[in-house]
Ligand binder design. Sequence first.
Ligand SMILES: Nc1nc2c(c(=O)[nH]1)N[C@H]1C(S)=C(S)[C@@H](COP(=O)(O)O)O[C@H]1N2
Ligand SMILES: [Mo]
Length: 321
Amino acid sequence: MSDHCIRDRDLAAVAAATPEPYYLRRREFLRLFGLGVAASAFLPLTSQAASTGFPDALNAGYKLDGVKITPEDLVTSYNNFNEWGQAKDQPKELANRGWKTRPWSIEIGGLCANPRKMDVDELIQLLGPIERRNYRHRCVEAWSMVIPWDGFPLAKLVDLAQPKGEAKYVRFASFFDSANCRAQRSNDFPWPYTEGLTIEESRHELAFLAVGLYGKPLPNQNGAPIRLVVPWKYGFKSAKSLAKIEFVAEQPKTLWNQLAPNEYGFYANVNPNVDHPRWSQKSERVIGAGFFSGKQATLMFNGYEKQVGHLYAGMDLRKNF
Ligand SMILES: Nc1nc2c(c(=O)[nH]1)N[C@H]1C(S)=C(S)[C@@H](COP(=O)(O)O)O[C@H]1N2
Ligand SMILES: [Mo]
């Protein structure tokens, strides 16, 4: 594509207008992933206000017209990342005190024909180009955001791995590094953070691996260098800072389900009709909407019912919560 030089010019403009760390992170992104060529079905981000210099493109199917995108400073400062503290403002602080998320090795294994362990940036090069998707994010704690992720469909990784017929589930494990992560020296949680999807869910076009947000590499607190994003499920399914992705025959144990099986099920599909034992799931607080704005109604499958409803046809969603 010929907007190569446009991008270079944009980059100079960004350099002039952007605080140094952000500029450097954008440049790093260009260096790492600049090879991706946007398909014509995508809108080049050079036409987008927040896009300058970033080599990805908005997937027009995931624009979320009429929905307000959560400001970047809130997406990167109001976080759940229990490895780095339990309060929402702690991960931004604690995950950035020398924790190194590059270089980063990621392992793909289990019941698949093409297992491999490789550097995350090689994997990203292999699975790119990077696309932008605006996704609703609904935490089980009844708050929500809308986040512009940069990444690629999880299905691309599944295809690369070539799962065997016996593989019915995919298990996702976050990093385990008790030398550098203080919380992981405690047994309060069954570390590493683990999550799982059925193989059908993992192949669904909405299931996403994010490597950036707002056109920059993921900040540590959001799950650098690569994290899962499953927008029709409660946020806890979207495991951060992935170290291992494994194809397995049995439904994998997950961290929250082990801690509180009556509160956090394996499926964890967003569902306003099935309350959490300790609070209602009918509505949600929109982060950044302002103190005086009311709650907003929570949508079935977080608004993605048309796309994913068929995966759960005939299933008792009260039992399989
Ligand atoms: N490894 C790990 N992944 C995690 C969590 C966590 O504590 N550890 N929290 C989950 C929860 S509850 C939510 S809501 C989202 C938050 O993602 P964000 O901070 O990028 O918005 O990450 C999920 N992934
Ligand atoms: Mo969450």
